[in-house]
Structure formats: C-alpha cells, structure tokens
Design a protein around this ligand. Structure first.
Ligand code: ATP
Ligand code: MG
Length: 191
C-alpha cells in the first residue's frame, strides 16, 4: 500500500486490514512515498517523519510492515519503481497486490508505465467516502474492488485540524497523535 502518509490515519489502517483479511495476505507492506510527483513537495513533511509515523502506526499488527524503498530512492516516486523494487526483493514466488483508495484508483491511468504496473501486481481498489469506486478502463482480471467500512478521514483534514488546534485523537493512532505533538508537525503553513 503506497501513500504519502502525511500523517498515516485510521482510514489507511482499516483499508489495509480489510484487504489483508479479504485476500488472506501474508503481509501488508506500507510504502511511504519519497517525493510524491503529483503533490507539491514544499507542502509535504519530511520523508523521515512520514516513515516513522507509519512505523509507529503499524507496529502492533504482526502482518503490517513498512518499506523504505520509496523513501530511500532518489528522485520523484513512481509506483512502477516501487513495484519493481518490491518484486525483486520478495522474489518471483511472491504475488504482489497494490492497495489503493477509490480516489487514487481513478487517477491510475495517468501513472507512469500503466501496462507494466498491472503486470507486476493485482490492484485492489477500496471504497472511500466522497469517491465513486469504479475501475473503468482498467484490466478487469488484474483489479478487484472492495467495499470497506467508511471512514471519512484524510491526511489533509488531519493536518488542517492540527493547524487549527482541533483534536486528531481517534482519527490517527495514539502514537501518531503524540509524535505530531512532539515534533510540532503541521503547526504552520511553511511546515
Ligand atoms: P492527502 O489528503 O494528503 O492526499 P490521504 O488521506 O488521501 O492524504 P494518502 O497518503 O494520499 O492519504 O493515501 C494513500 C492511499 O490510501 C491512497 O490510495 C488513498 O486513496 C487511500 N486512502 C486514504 N484515506 C482513505 C480512507 N479514508 N478510506 C479509504 N482509502 C483511503
Ligand atoms: Mg490522497
């Protein structure tokens, strides 16, 4: 599951947990992006903060791990590189699934090397409040659509709440609330 995770929130965790259970996956690997090429770099927290919050959020789940693949790769992050790296580190006997929310799924045709993407992984689109879940134009045999419990949470809203002094308790895991406070993340417009 790739994402900016700025910060990781309970919507991400429920999506991962549901897909893990639905497909009986051995492991869900969270891959925080290095430099998300479709987002403004200035507005994204450092990769290290995002990586560490993701580690904190997933630590208690034995099936959840976090990969540094995108954080450590120089240059902008493309999912094609993420999947190539994971495919080579896990080896040819591993079947890869890529978990994505309905909003990101709708953008997938704009992603780099889209045909190869679908050859490297089975895509799983999950429902997200405010977005229609549909796989139009995508290869049906390489895509599953899964309805998950609706959590109307976004990282953008969590950042705005912190900036406004509103609580993010129960929207993000407790350890992430404490991490955000400790490092004073999202307090000002210029990060
Ligand atoms: P931002 O507002 O900064 O874009 P976000 O909440 O959309 O943050 P991302 O890191 O962009 O989080 O998303 C990573 C992945 O998780 C994407 O595939 C996204 O669609 C999915 N996702 C995020 N939030 C939810 C949610 N509440 N329910 C289902 N899927 C979600
Ligand atoms: Mg997003």
């Amino acid at each position: 599951m790739g994402g900016t995770f700025d910060p990781v929130h309970n919507g991400h965790l429920v999506a991962a947990s549901e897909v893990q259970a639905t497909f009986d996956l051995d492991e869900v690997v969270f891959v925080p992006t290095g430099r998300p090429y479709q987002k403004d770099v200035e507005e994204v927290s450092s990769a290290e903060h995002r990586y560490l919050m993701t580690v904190i959020a997933t630590a208690s789940n034995p099936r959840f791990t976090v990969s540094r693949a995108d954080v450590d790769r120089p240059g902008p992050t493309y999912t094609i590189d993420t999947l190539r790296d994971l495919a080579s580190s896990y080896g040819p006997d591993t079947e890869l699934f890529f978990i994505t929310g309905a909003d990101a799924l709708a953008q997938i045709l704009t992603w780099k090397n889209v045909d190869e993407l679908f050859s490297l992984a089975h895509f799983v689109g999950v429902s997200r409040p405010g977005h229609e879940l549909r796989g139009e134009g995508l290869p049906v045999d390489r895509l599953s659509l899964v309805q998950i419990p609706a959590l109307a949470i976004s990282s953008t809203d969590c950042r705005q709440r912190v900036m406004d002094g509103a609580p993010v308790w129960y929207l993000v895991p407790d350890g992430v609330v404490q991490y955000i406070a400790k490092y004073e993340l999202y307090r000002s417009e210029n990060g």
